[in-house]
Design a protein around this ligand. Structure first.
Ligand SMILES: Nc1ncnc2c1ncn2[C@@H]1O[C@H](COP(=O)(O)OP(=O)(O)O)[C@@H](O)[C@H]1O
Ligand SMILES: [Mg+2]
Length: 296
């Protein structure tokens, strides 16, 4: 057994919440799936919590997703892509979005537990360096209270962030080198993967709902030009604090109104504005709502 297999064996047997941390293409998702697969074989009740908002395993980009793993086939990439529960972050980077990110994760973790999961495997974003990397990981650990954190690193890139986790939380840490068989993807390939994942989410039967300008969070300022919201990503509220999925807005000049375009059949109770616009190819472009609203 190599050290990666030993880690999977141990996490699958002993952990309650295991968090995988690492940079780009570190093997986080692969190891998270392997852990879930082995835990399932051991007869444990497993849920996969995907906290990576960019390179998704569960749910579309700009969300966090929970998936219960009830049989081995639930771990195929195709099945994992459909979440059992979604949280809306509204951005494909955690930068500037820690609150919606950890808030949604806390909710999904709770849901996973109440629905019976005794092991929660947490896959995280590749943001591991700089101030944002440290803040994001600090608050994820603070909120999710893992009993095991696995760091997958090249060289010593994770030392600052793992040091923070160790000093503040005293959680058990296992550090492994990135598996030599990992083939890194380029920046372009990753961008293409994100576009494809978003495009795939909006592929198929789409609903078009007329939306009133009063359904948004945050609330639109008075005399706001609705045209500014064209192609903005939104989260579809279920009215109970959760989200049923994603949509985007379309400005209709004929009636100077907005339509919601979404694959979710059920009309949403309210809409949370995201911080990205979907360009034609489903490439995302950052939007700062404060600039859009002309407020703080
Ligand atoms: N142990 C491994 N052996 C071979 N290939 C691997 C291994 N772990 C990861 N890979 C491959 O490397 C790439 C990145 O792995 P992934 O788990 O998606 O990383 P991350 O989630 O950290 O971005 C994927 O193509 C994956 O199939
Ligand atoms: Mg991944």
């Amino acid at each position: 057994m190599n050290e990666h297999d030993r880690l999977v064996d141990r996490a699958a047997r002993e952990a309650r919440t295991v968090l995988f941390v690492g940079g780009l293409d570190a093997g986080k998702s692969t190891l998270a799936r392997a852990t879930a697969a082995f835990a399932l074989r051991l007869g444990r009740t497993v849920a996969y919590l995907d906290a990576d908002v960019a390179q998704k395993t569960v749910g579309p980009p700009a969300t966090v997703g929970l998936k219960h793993i009830r049989e081995p086939d639930d771990l195929t990439l195709e099945r994992l892509a459909t979440a059992d529960a979604l949280g809306f972050v509204g951005s494909t980077s955690p930068q500037g979005h820690i609150l919606p990110l950890v808030g949604a994760l806390a909710r999904l973790r709770e849901r996973g537990r109440t629905e019976g999961a005794d092991l929660i495997v947490v896959d995280t974003s590749a943001m591991v360096s700089g101030i944002w990397g440290q803040l994001v990981k600090y608050y994820k650990v603070d909120m999710l209270e893992p009993d095991l954190v696995v760091g997958l690193q090249r060289g010593e890139e994770l030392e600052p962030v793992l040091g923070v986790i160790q000093r503040f939380f005293g959680v058990e840490l296992v550090t492994l080198p990135v598996h030599p068989a990992v083939v890194p993807t380029s920046v372009d390939q990753r961008a293409t993967q994100r576009e494809r994942a978003m495009a795939a989410y909006f592929d198929g039967d789409l609903q078009r709902f007329r939306v009133k300008p009063t359904v948004f969070m945050p609330t639109l300022p008075p005399l706001f030009d609705l045209h500014e919201l064209d192609r903005l990503l939104v989260g579809l509220s279920d009215g109970g604090g959760g989200f049923t999925g994603l949509g985007y807005l379309e400005f209709v000049p004929e009636d100077h109104g907005l339509r919601l375009i979404s694959p979710v059949a059920e009309p949403p109770k309210a809409l949370r504005l995201g911080s990205v616009r979907l360009e034609d190819s489903f490439r995302v472009k950052r939007v700062d709502l404060r600039n859009l609203f002309g407020t703080e």
